[in-house]
Structure formats: C-alpha cells, structure tokens
Design a protein around this ligand. Sequence first.
Ligand code: HSE
Length: 404
Amino acid sequence: MVNIAVLGYGTVGSGVVEVFNTNQESINKRAGQDINIKYVLDLRDFEGDPVQQKIVHDYNIILNDDDIQIVVEVMGGVEPAYTFVKSALEKGKSVCTSNKELVARHGAELLEIAKQNHINFLFEASVGGGIPIIRPLNNSLTADEITDIKGILNGTTNYILSKMSREGLDFETVLKDAQEKGYAERNPEADVEGFDACRKIAILSSLAYGMQVDFEDILTEGITNITKADIAYAKKLKSGIKLIGSSKKVGENIYAIVAPMMLPESHPLMGVNDVFNAIFVKGNVLGDVMFYGQGAGKLPTASAVVSDVVDAVKHLGTNIMSIWCTEKLELADIKDSENRYFVRLSGAGQEEAVKAVFGDVQFVHIEEVPDETAFLTPVMTEREYDEKIAGFDTVMNRIRAELN
Ligand code: HSE
C-alpha cells in the first residue's frame, strides 16, 4: 500500500478526496497498488465530514512520516507551497500539484530535485485543468520538434468572450454576470488581465523547448479593452476573438505572448466556447493536434491530480524524465514577430491616409459605428506596425489577427 498526504482541503483538495472515494477500486487497479490518503493538511477543521479523522494542522507530521511516499499539493500560491513541496522532495517524497504559480516560477528547480532523488514532481493539473497536456508534451509528442502552441488557457475569459459574442453584450455586463454565477472571481484581475494564461503558456513553453521560460518575459494583454463593437467587426470579417496564449518557433527564435487574437471562424479554437479550454500544438512531423476539455473546476482538476498520483505510484523509485532544465530561455523580441492587425480609428473617411501609410489594407464597416475607419493591415512585424501607426492619433483599438 502507498500512503499519500493531501495539502489543502479547498476546492481541488476536496475533489481529490472525492475522486478517490468514487473510483478507489479502478484507481488502485491502474496504479498496481492500493493508495491510501493518510493525512489531509488544512488550517481548518471539518467536523461532520469523514475527512476530519485525517486532518492535521502541522505540516511536519507529514514531512517526518516515512510512510508518506507521495504529497499532493493543492493549496495554490507560491508560499508556503514552495517550501512544503521542496522539503517533501528533499525528503524523497514525490509531489503532485495543481499549482500553476508554483510550477511556472520553480518548476525547473523542483524537477531537478526530483531527478536527483529518483522521485517525481508531476503537475498535469497546472495547465488546462482536466485536459491531458503536460503528459502528452513530456511523453507522447517526443518524436517532434514543437513549432507552435496556441491555447485557450483560461476558462473565465473564454466564458466572457463567448457570451459577449453570442449575446452582443459588453465586457462589464458579462463580467458581472460571470461573477454572480461564480465563474469569475470577485477580484478578476488574474484572469481578465491574462496573468493566469501567461503562467500556463510559460509552463507549456518550458516543457516544449526544454528550458526555463520566465513568465515575466511574456508580453501579456488581457481582454478588458475588447468591446462588443470589436466582436461585431470580427464577425463581419468571418472571424472571432479569443484570448490566446501562444508560443512559436520561427527559425531559431521563440516568441511567446498572451493577447486577444482574431481567428477565422474555421479555426479549431473558434469552436471552443464558454469555460472550456483547448491547446493546439503543431509538431514538425506530426502536424496539428488539439487537446480539448474542462480547464477548471473541482472534479476535472482533481482527476488530473489523481492521474499524477497513479503515475507517481507506478514510478516509485524511478524518475520520469523531463527535458525542462533550469537554464533560461531568452525569448525573441516580440516586436520582431509578424501578424496582421485589426485597427479602429475614430472618425470616418480616413481611408486615403491609411492606404498611404499601410498600403494594401482591407477596410471593414459595420452599421453600429458609422463614425469610424476600421481596417486590417497586411502581415508585418509589431515594430513596423508601431512605426506606421505612430502618425495616427485617433486609434481606438488594435487587435492582432491571424486571418488570411
Ligand atoms: N481561473 C482559472 C480559469 C482557473 O478561469 O481558467 C483554472 O486555472
């Protein structure tokens, strides 16, 4: 029998206990051994819940118990999670976590400690909730050079954009509705400003390219400036707007960004709506593959955590190799990356001035806002775009576009 401890009895922690209670027999069968939750660490007590008999308040009880071979960290945040996880690994206990902040900041270091101790640091639930994406990148897509990752990595913003698009509503109205329904946090900044997606694309990029991608280096724009008029323009262009976390390899350069993107209606990511997530990966021999599912929520996230526990049990005493090393990957300057740009200028009738600067643009008009000049530029670098747009002082919005 393998004894495990769960750190945190919040949404994901209680989900982990529920998943074991629901599927204990098949989980044990798949792991090849019985798995027993011996402790659950939480500051609170849960009188009346059977979990109470496993609750401990002192982490040292878990750390110093040699019977505990696997620690499940589902507390979130960098501290004290980092201190707890590092000390568990140093004591020879494998760790499974759902904590994207921890993995994005310290993943490479924690993987290295696990490697040295012939144990495992696993984090399937940190990106895409219940969607298998970490294991495929680590163990399945190993024949390929990954050249492109594009993901809808945040359920809250995808819900907001989907509802804005479907119902023609503005951002503030939909955010309020999402908060009332419990989809968006009271403080929605991490989601709507793109910070959550940024940590997730940093993790995926580090795994794909084998080096440390620091999330602070990734240009991050959220969705707070997206209006219902932007979405109406996108529809006129037979496209839609999604918050995309992307990293791509162009020659020897790797570019990473989180930003709203206009994608054609026919793009597979445009079929991903509401709180669902999806990750589109391009390999140089495989071609395109897409992973789709529930990117958040108690049981989908817990399912991914428990799948890591099963993997850790199957690999007790053996490190599952990962190529993500501590050496920093210097991302290429995003100003050199190429896109088309959808631009809105206030005031109608600026077509000639636009053509004189941008050349062969595609103009677009919608009835809702007659007093504007809106257009789609040809493909150009961000640097070229910045230079060309500098002569216009009427810019209302600019959205990167991947449209033919
Ligand atoms: N706030 C996140 C989201 C939760 O909306 O996707 C999952 O990381």
